[in-house]
Design a protein around this ligand. Structure first.
Ligand SMILES: [Zn+2]
Length: 150
């Protein structure tokens, strides 16, 4: 059994964007803390944590619950490609555009699809004190991704 610290170190090496925002070797995750303190954010925070877990865990082939397509990365598929959740995706994109502005939005869109997912999950996990910095985007992302389980 690898130690927690070893697992943590390996995750940070593979996914440097997780550092500070989502997992921390000494503290509780931002998302867990905010979800515990703010009841109205509980579902959103838990969903985002599950999405991050799914993205960084070993990938395996699965079938999308919305469109039945075979996917090798269900998070990437649901956030970037599924054709049966365009309305939810548009809400996420509108929210990102509102917060990040034209240039921020365009620089995110210039990334590849996995990097877009990572960046999106990174900034919906950012917090200030006991609140998420972008709760509106976090809600839209949780709604978009909830089809993976509901
Ligand atoms: Zn799909």
């Amino acid at each position: 059994m690898p130690s927690k610290l070893k697992v943590f170190t390996e995750l940070i090496c593979a996914y440097p964007w997780l550092d500070d925002y989502i997992i921390d070797s000494s503290q509780c995750s931002n998302l867990l803390r905010v979800g515990k303190i703010q009841q109205n954010m509980k579902y959103t925070c838990q969903t985002i944590l599950k999405v991050i877990g799914k993205l960084i865990s070993n990938q395996y082939v699965s079938y999308c619950k919305l469109c039945d397509k075979k996917t090798f990365n269900s998070v990437e598929h649901v956030i970037c490609f599924c054709t049966n959740n365009d309305a939810h995706r548009n809400r996420v994109l509108d929210a990102v555009y509102d917060v990040k502005g034209h240039d921020g939005f365009m620089s995110m869109m210039s990334l590849n699809s996995v990097q877009q997912c990572e960046l999106l999950l990174q900034f919906v996990s950012e917090s200030e004190g006991d609140e998420l910095r972008y709760p509106c985007i976090a809600h839209t992302v949780a709604t978009l991704c909830s089809s993976m389980w509901d």
